[in-house]
Design a protein around this ligand. Sequence first.
Ligand SMILES: [Zn+2]
Length: 125
Amino acid sequence: MGMMGKVAVGLLVIGGLFLLMLGAIFMIAGAMDTIIMGAVLALIGFALFGIAYMIIRKEAQTPTIVRQSYNVTMGGSGEFRERKLSCKSCGAALDGRSVTLISGGLSAVCPYCGQTSVFEEEPKW
Ligand SMILES: [Zn+2]
């Protein structure tokens, strides 16, 4: 989380707490007008908590997405290493740089003859 995000969340939480306490005091000590005033203050306090929560959630989501796509890349290349792939046209060995992950398998362009070979995903039992 960036410095600005932390400061914003901190201010929102402190402000929200302050408004909730003030609202509670108004509602406990007050007559009819101040009870409504206290309820409004408490609602604004809850809204500040909600904004702080949304900022935290938004900041927390970004690294999760990066990690997931990283895992997919690693899984694909790990699978490739287990099965040696060779060009279906000239038989040359295909390395990871020429292989791309497609839906249902791998696609590889041969660096020697330029032929595109498609390797279907074998079912895992
Ligand atoms: Zn080839």
